[in-house]
Design a protein around this ligand. Structure first.
Ligand SMILES: Cc1cc2nc3c(=O)[nH]c(=O)nc-3n(C[C@H](O)[C@H](O)[C@H](O)COP(=O)(O)OP(=O)(O)OC[C@H]3O[C@@H](n4cnc5c(N)ncnc54)[C@H](O)[C@@H]3O)c2cc1C
Length: 104
């Protein structure tokens, strides 16, 4: 394998590591990022984005329940948590796939 040399090594690809790496690389300094688990860190994988995805499902359920107030009539509204989780997992996996493609 060819040897590569870097000026800066950043440990972790979360919000902090990502922006630091972008800004160091943009300033012309060869920069490497080492990530042990989740590419992109907590935010897109287990924190910000997945939690907002689930909250969005709750908002949709709330709006559907209040439909009559807006002249929209529906049947009884139920929430199936397995479906909520599947939607959230698809979004996270889509993001991970994007990260994988950007990495290669
Ligand atoms: C449920 C939830 C919802 C949230 N919602 C929001 C929101 O809406 N808006 C917002 O701004 N913030 C939100 N946050 C906070 C946000 O997720 C964190 O502030 C952010 O992820 C912190 O980024 P970070 O880079 O400091 O750490 P992390 O994202 O944890 O990244 C650190 C990375 O370093 C890696 N690492 C650690 N040690 C090593 C090692 N020795 N070698 C290699 N890699 C290593 C880890 O694997 C990880 O990927 C939320 C948090 C939670 C829990």
């Amino acid at each position: 394998m060819d040897e590569q040399r870097f000026d800066i090594l950043i440990i972790g690809s979360g919000e902090a590591g990502k922006f630091l790496a972008w800004s160091m690389a943009n300033s012309g300094r060869p920069t490497a990022v080492v990530e042990r688990k989740l590419i992109g860190g907590a935010c897109p994988n287990i924190a910000c984005l997945p939690s907002k995805n689930i909250i969005h499902s709750a908002k949709v359920a709330e709006l559907a329940r209040r439909g009559a107030e807006f002249g929209v009539h529906t049947g009884p509204v139920t929430v199936e948590m397995a479906g909520v989780r599947t939607r959230k997992r698809k979004m996270v996996e889509g993001g991970s796939e994007t990260a994988r493609l950007q990495r290669t």
